[in-house]
Design a protein around this ligand. Sequence first.
Ligand code: GUN
Length: 287
Amino acid sequence: MTARIIDGNALSAEVRGQLAERAAALKTKGITPCLAVILVGEDPASAVYVRNKVAACEKAGMRSLRDVYAPDVDPAVVFARIAELNADPTVHGILVQLPLPKHFDSEAVLEAISPEKDVDGFHAENVGALMQGNPRFIPCTPYGVMKMLESANVPLKGAEVVIVGRSNIVGKPMAMLLLAQSCTVTICHSQSRDLAFHTKRADILVAAVGRAKMITGDMIKPGATVIDVGINRTPEGKLCGDVDFETAKEVAGAITPVPGGVGPMTITMLLANTLEAAERTQMRCAK
Ligand code: GUN
C-alpha cells in the first residue's frame, strides 16, 4: 500500500485564493492588511523564511514591512521598533522571526508585541486563550496542520494522536488544538522512553523535532496519518522532513511530503491571521 499524499501546495493555493478575495474586499473599505516582520541576525534559514513570508503577503494583495538587524544589535533598538509598530494603525500583524540571538530575552520580545497584533500567537495572553479553548490567534504551523487534517477528512474524535516534539511553536499548541477536537493526545520528547512504542499506537502521528528522517516506517501504525513538520537538510543538502518518507509511505494511510506539505500551510495561516487581525480593526471601527 502506498499512502495518499496530503498536498500542502494545492491546499495553500486554494486557501490563499480565498484570502486574496477577503483582502480585496477589505481594501474597498480603505484597509490594506499589513504584516511587519522583524529579522535579527544572519541565519540563512530564517532569512529564507522571512523572504517567503514577505513575498506571500505581496501575492495575496497584502502589505508587508521588513526590518533586518545585525546579529549584535542592541535589543533596545528592536524593542523601540516593536513599540512603534504596536502604535501604527496601518500595521495589523507583527512577527519577530525566531530564534533570536543569545543576548536577547526572547520571551520579553514576544511579550512586547501587542496581543491584538500577535499573528504568531506566541504572546502569553494568546497562549492562555488557546489553552482555555478560546483561541484568538492560533500559531501558524499547528493551524496549518489542522486545515490539512480537515481537508483530508481525517477523523479526529477519539483518535489516538502522538506528537513528537514539545516546542512552544508546534508541539504544545498542536496538542491543545487536537485535544479541543476530542483526540487522545500524547506528547513525546527527547527524554521519552521507547519512542516507537508510542508512535506505533498513533492513528495520527505528528513529527516536529527537527531531526532528519528520525521517524521510520517501522515506527508507524499501518494506515496512520503522518504529518511531517520537520524541515531539515540531508548531508547532501537535500530538503527532508523528520519522517523517512520512503519507508513511511509504504505503511501510512496518508502522509504530508517535505517539501510541499506543512511548510506552505504555515505561511498561508500567517496570512490568514494577518487578514483576521485587519478585519477585526475594521469591525472595531464599524461599531
Ligand atoms: N521560527 C520557526 N518557526 C517560526 C514561526 O512560526 N514564527 C516565528 N516568528 N519564528 C519561527
